[in-house]
Design a protein around this ligand. Sequence first.
Ligand code: GLV
Ligand code: MN
Ligand code: MN
Ligand code: MN
Length: 408
Amino acid sequence: MNTVGEMLESISGVGLDSHRGGYSRPVFSSAELELRDWFTAEASRRGLEVSTDRNGIMWGWWDAASGDRAGALVTGSHLDSVPGGGAFDGPLGVAAALAAVDVLKERGVEPRRSLAVTVFPEEEGSRFGVACLGSRLLTGAINADKVRNLKDPVGNTFADVSRKHGLDPARLGRDEEALRTIGDFVELHVEQGRALIDLDAPVGVGSSILGHGRWRLSVEGQGNHAGTTLMADRADPMVVAAQIILAIRRIAAAQDDARATVGRLQPVPGGTNVIASRVDLWLDVRHPDDAVTAALVESIHGQAQKAAAFEGCAVTLTEESFSSTVHFDAPLQRQLQNSLRRSNAGNQVPALPTGAGHDAGVLAGYVPSAMVYIRNPTGISHSPEEYVERDDADLAATALADVLEDLL
Ligand code: GLV
Ligand code: MN
Ligand code: MN
Ligand code: MN
């Protein structure tokens, strides 16, 4: 069977974005659908029974002799990407899970409980705005009505798009049956920072995920002609947006451990010779303490209102999603460290906090969950420069197999 490196190589042409660089694989795009087909083929080749559940999560089952799926060991990640993302965020965890099944079979492991490899949809929230949508639906962490009404950038609702791809929008939401099958969840992921490379350690485990949320700020002004409107006569929401972005940097920089980002901004209608009538800014704020996050957002909102009023514009703030800080199950985390230390030539296996969100973080609120990180020599992620050495990609399979074998 193919190694992790070979598997990633085989999908390296899917969703290449010549405009942005890297990969753009939004959920239910032709690229993500091609990767779902790739998953079905790879999982089926390994004798796994593949199905897609009512929330669009894919499962590949290796059943225990009993055939009982309750309390199974589940591992996987996602195949969607941010716009212009790297090759590893998501697919590394899926390919490593498939290759770990090969390693376990080669070792002659007979699973004492069933094992499933999963693919979660819309982990990045790059199409419908809410990250980890699949795991939020599965657990009921998000209201299904809200999800049905989420819109992509061109106005398609999640209900319509999911229906087009074979799901029944009426059945989206908490899935007791699927949840009961998850005894423990392990997600392997490329590290999205520099901790492992600086520690000279190939593999780490997750200790926590920083609380994070997304908000939309809409600034309404007066659309008008760029040539005929005197500077003194303008209510230009772009000018307000610029001031809001500077205020966000100032406010977040003054708060320990805070991160705040505007990575997406949309002027409407968006013409060079048009003063915008509206600008939408998407705000991402992260901090370990939810009360601090709320205060940061409130302070940003206050500055935005001030800047808007000065320009004769109006601003509204809408929360799109929020997740509190997650601490991974401590006994499971220690067990992973022991498994990895044993198989990893005694290398240290650091426990790492991360500022990045993951389906494992959502699932951690419902079932024991854990993460394995593989070092990334650039330390960069959500960018084409994200990287994993070929040897480390293959190590991911044995590292994950060591963890799964001990847990099975
Ligand atoms: C998802 O990758 C996130 O942390 O935004
Ligand atoms: Mn990811
Ligand atoms: Mn990501
Ligand atoms: Mn993520």
